[in-house]
Design a protein around this ligand. Structure first.
Ligand SMILES: Cc1cc2nc3c(=O)[nH]c(=O)nc-3n(C[C@H](O)[C@H](O)[C@H](O)COP(=O)(O)OP(=O)(O)OC[C@H]3O[C@@H](n4cnc5c(N)ncnc54)[C@H](O)[C@@H]3O)c2cc1C
Length: 440
């Protein structure tokens, strides 16, 4: 009597975007898949929490997607939540200066290279400034030297002053989560080319209509079960036992030891710093990656107080310091919004009360008529390890998604920090899982 071979097992460590996409993909390929997530929910950095102060479900930090996030959208379809977004037909974004002046970048729904000149010329900036910005934009395709920061590139393209403040700095903060003097020009330009050299919809924002917890975390258990993958939350991995070049067991924080057969796979979808603690001997490269913070001040202005004028869901605060953007849920109550700061280390060591004070002061500067002591509840979220920094030379530190170089033969890695050629984004995470799956 012949017996069919038992299906190979796959253990995915971490249930963020990369881990979810990996688990779905492995289950589809016939692996008996277990997803081990240390928290009580999935979604990783894109999660929501119930705020006692406001009684609302707030996001860890607002996340925006672009139309070109194809891998993330494939994951959303698995979860049944792709419909929970407002997707503009073309890029639209407002600017506010710190004397309350408002401007709008609105591209037509043509291919972006055609629409961009009209969009730039629609801004209320001096003609020469707009020409310089357009020149800068038209040279994006040329790329940059590997050692250049974005600051070097901006200098070489004479983009100082208003083009920097209105165009490049907001884009750099939104995409790279650091200032131009810290990020690799090459990585920034590559991302821009992907978003801006296609049709209008690829560069347009896809903004969530619901908290991120409803988009990733809540539907994940049922969707994984339907796909045949087994989810274990509250399962923090604290050790990987290795023998003769393979992982033979996964150790959890409660002492449980999960045996791993030589044909089974272990896929790390954890952030680089978490993986580093499990395999310190293999982390000489990626262990050197640095991180950048994101700080969010969630405001809800009281009914009796003056509401903030709304210029749409995404407003860049020109020369904004310490906060860079105002973000709103499309169609939601205009009294609720978030001030977001990307990559600004000024908050290190600041108390929550000090951060709230800074947020209120900046609101009053950019929105004359809204006093700093406006009646509002303010909730601060501080994510110190929000993203890795894509600095010049850092691509060499990021392993390609797949088998970890010199690592055990059955240990694979994915996650936004692996070499996807994208910065730390939802799309980078989702794409890393797709790339890893191709190497299984
Ligand atoms: C506030 C904020 C705003 C952001 N805004 C945007 C945005 O607007 N657009 C955008 O595209 N990107 C944005 N990002 C970046 C985006 O969230 C990340 O790039 C993406 O979520 C990373 O996904 P991941 O699956 O690679 O990692 P993670 O989301 O970090 O998932 C890793 C998972 O592993 C789990 N884990 C860790 N250690 C262990 C362990 N020992 N055992 C088991 N499980 C473990 C974690 O709990 C987590 O669930 C933002 C990030 C933050 C923090």
């Amino acid at each position: 009597m012949s017996t069919a071979a038992a299906p190979r097992r796959a253990f995915v460590l971490g249930g963020g975007v990369a881990g979810l996409a990996a688990a779905f993909g492995l289950a589809e390929r016939g692996f008996r898949t277990d997803l081990l997530e240390s928290r009580r929910w999935c979604g990783g950095r894109a999660f929501s929490f119930d705020d006692k102060l406001t009684g609302e479900r707030l996001d860890n930090g607002p996340h925006a997607m672009l139309g070109c996030y194809h891998a993330t959208r494939a994951l959303l379809r698995r979860l049944g939540t792709e419909g929970l977004f407002a997707h503009d037909r073309a890029l639209r974004m407002a600017y506010r200066t710190d004397d309350g002046r408002v401007d709008q970048l609105a591209l037509r729904s043509w291919p972006v290279p055609l629409a961009m000149p009209f969009g730039l010329f629609g801004l209320q900036l001096p003609f020469g400034t707009k020409l310089r910005a357009l020149w800068g934009m038209s040279t994006v395709a040329w790329g940059a030297r590997a050692a250049w920061t974005l600051q070097d590139w901006l200098r070489a393209r004479r983009q100082h002053g208003a083009p920097d403040a209105f165009l490049w700095r907001p884009l750099c903060r939104a995409i790279m989560n650091v200032e131009p003097d810290e990020c690799a020009a090459r990585d920034f330009l590559a991302t821009l080319r992907e978003a801006f050299f296609g049709r209008a919809g690829t560069a347009a924002f896809m903004l969530p209509l619901r908290p991120w917890g409803e988009i990733f975390g809540d539907p994940a258990p049922a969707a994984l079960a339907k796909a045949g993958a087994n989810l274990r939350t509250g399962a923090r991995v604290v050790g990987l036992e290795r023998r003769d070049g393979v992982v033979v067991a996964i150790v959890l924080n409660d002492g449980e030891r999960i045996e791993v057969g030589p044909q089974d796979l272990v896929v790390s979808a954890m952030p680089w710093f978490a993986l580093k603690s499990l395999v310190p001997d293999l982390a000489a490269g990626f262990g050197a990656l640095r991180s950048a913070p994101i700080v969010t001040a969630h405001f809800r202005i009281a009914e009796a107080a003056p509401a903030l004028p709304s210029e749409g869901p995404v407003v860049a605060l020109v020369d904004g310091d310490p906060f860079h953007f105002v973000l709103r849920t499309p169609g939601a109550d205009a009294r609720a919004f978030a001030l977001l700061s990307g990559g600004n280390r000024i908050f290190d060591g600041m108390s929550v009360a000090e951060i709230e004070q800074a947020a209120r002061a900046q609101l009053a500067r950019h929105y004359p008529g809204v006093p700093a002591d406006v009646a509002a509840t303010v909730r601060i979220s501080k994510e110190s390890l929000a993203t890795f920094v894509a600095a010049p030379g850092n691509r060499a530190l990021r392993p390609v998604p797949g088998r970890l170089p010199n690592g055990p033969s059955n240990l694979f890695v994915c996650g936004d920090w692996t070499d996807t050629r994208l910065p730390a984004t939802l799309e980078g995470a989702a794409r890393s899982a797709q790339a890893m799956l191709q190497r299984v």
